[in-house]
Structure formats: structure tokens, C-alpha cells
Design a protein around this ligand. Structure first.
Ligand code: B4P
Length: 190
């Protein structure tokens, strides 16, 4: 399997790039944000729980998120590999993912991190909020809280993967196609 973690702050383009990369490399794309939003839309118990966190721009608790991620992987064990989009977002999630994959004789091949300045991210998210209906994209204070969650809980994962020589930073500013090309140069070598 080829297993890639797509990483970066909110709005950096993880979901956008994953949509292209999954077809190019024939990988299964798992976006924890999308799975939560699907559950919210269908008013499942998981959706009701996740909504209370996501609406304010907070991370959903690890125990819920990790179990959900594992279930998504288990559904697709015949895949060529996975693009993990928006997961892991905490050290505990990263450790659980490593242990879970290791039990299956698999590993993360690399983390590709999209690097974009915060002001540009706010602009992108507010812009998406005009049409997406996502409450977490419509309010600057909620967006700032998402960045705060990222800085305090998620950014540390750069060191986590760097220590395994698996961290690859990419300039996330430019056209979507240009950024895809930059990411592919990395994935092709993994
Ligand atoms: P996510 O759904 O993961 O979303 P995101 O971080 O907002 O966006 P992403 O980086 O994928 O950006 P996108 O491509 O859409 O998270 C939402 C929430 O879910 C979290 O806040 C949290 O509450 C919860 N959650 C999810 N995973 C979790 C976990 N593991 N643990 C706990 N909680 C979790 O791009 C954004 C915008 O930019 C789009 O409008 C796009 O069109 C635009 N764009 C993309 N690339 C561009 C480019 N090159 N130039 C210009 N615009 C671009």
C-alpha cells in the first residue's frame, strides 16, 4: 500500500488536492471532516456529537475520531493505499494510526504538508463560507479558533513525522494544478 497523510492548516487545500490525487494514484480518500459532515447531515448520534465541536471550530474528541477512522479503513482493506485528509490532527491520533497500520503490516509512507500564510487561509475560508453553508467558515472568530486548535494540538505533528524522516513541506500557494504537480514530485518518490 501507499499511505499518504495530507497535512496543513484549515483551508490549506487538503480536500481540494486529495480529490485529484486519489484518482491519479488510485488511492482511497478518507476525509474525517467529510465523514463528520455526512453524519451531521444524516443526524446520526455521531453527527450530533461532532456538530457541537465543529460549529465552534474545535477538534472533535480523539476517542470518537480514532474509532471512526479505523472503521473507514477497515471498509477498504483491499485498496492500493489511502490518502488521509485531516487525520491525524493530534499526537494521540498519529500514534493510534501508526499502531493500527502496523498491526496490518502497513505504514505511513509520508506526510505532505501544504504551507499557506494565515491571512490567505482566512480569505479562502470566508470565501468558501459564502456558498458552502458551513458555519465554521462564516465567522472570523471561529476561523481563528480553528487556527488556534491547529497551532496548539496539530502543528506538533510536523516534528512527529520529521523524526521518522516522513515530513515533506510543499508551497500551498498557486494554482490548484501547480500545487498538485509539486505534491506529485514527492509522492512519486515515496
Ligand atoms: P476539514 O473538513 O478537514 O477541513 P478544512 O481543514 O477546513 O479544509 P481543507 O484543508 O481540506 O481545505 P479545502 O481543500 O477544503 O475540518 C473541518 C472540521 O472537522 C475541523 O475544524 C474539526 O472540527 C473536524 N475534524 C476533522 N478532522 C478531525 C480530526 N482528525 N480530529 C478532530 N476533529 C476533526 O480548501 C479550502 C478552500 O480553499 C476551498 O474553498 C478551496 O476551493 C480553496 N482552495 C483550495 N486550494 C486553493 C488554491 N490553490 N488557491 C485558492 N483557493 C484554494
Amino acid at each position: 500500500m501507499k499511505n499518504i497523510v495530507l497535512f496543513g492548516p484549515p483551508g490549506s487545500g487538503k480536500g481540494t488536492q486529495a480529490e485529484v490525487l486519489k484518482d491519479k494514484y488510485n488511492l482511497v480518500h478518507i476525509s474525517t471532516g467529510d465523514v463528520f459532515r455526512y453524519n451531521i447531515k444524516n443526524e446520526t448520534p455521531l453527527g450530533k456529537l461532532a456538530k457541537s465541536y465543529m460549529d465552534d471550530g474545535n477538534l472533535v474528541p480523539d476517542e470518537v475520531t480514532i474509532d471512526m477512522l479505523k472503521a473507514e479503513v477497515e471498509k477498504n482493506m483491499d485498496a492500493n493505499g489511502f490518502i488521509f485528509d485531516g487525520f491525524p490532527r493530534t499526537e494521540s491520533q498519529a500514534e493510534s494510526l501508526d499502531a493500527f497500520l502496523s498491526d496490518k503490516g502497513e505504514t505511513i509512507n509520508g506526510m505532505v504538508a501544504l504551507e499557506v500564510a494565515e491571512d490567505l487561509l482566512v480569505e479562502r475560508l470566508l470565501n468558501r463560507g459564502l456558498t458552502s453553508g458551513r458555519t465554521d467558515d462564516q465567522d472570523v472568530s471561529k476561523i481563528r479558533n480553528r487556527f488556534n486548535e491547529y497551532q496548539t494540538k496539530t502543528a506538533v505533528l510536523q516534528d512527529y513525522y520529521d523524526a521518522q524522516n516522513k515530513y515533506f513541506g510543499v508551497d500551498g500557494v498557486g494554482s490548484i494544478e501547480e500545487i498538485t504537480d509539486r505534491i506529485c514530485l514527492i509522492i512519486d518518490k515515496l
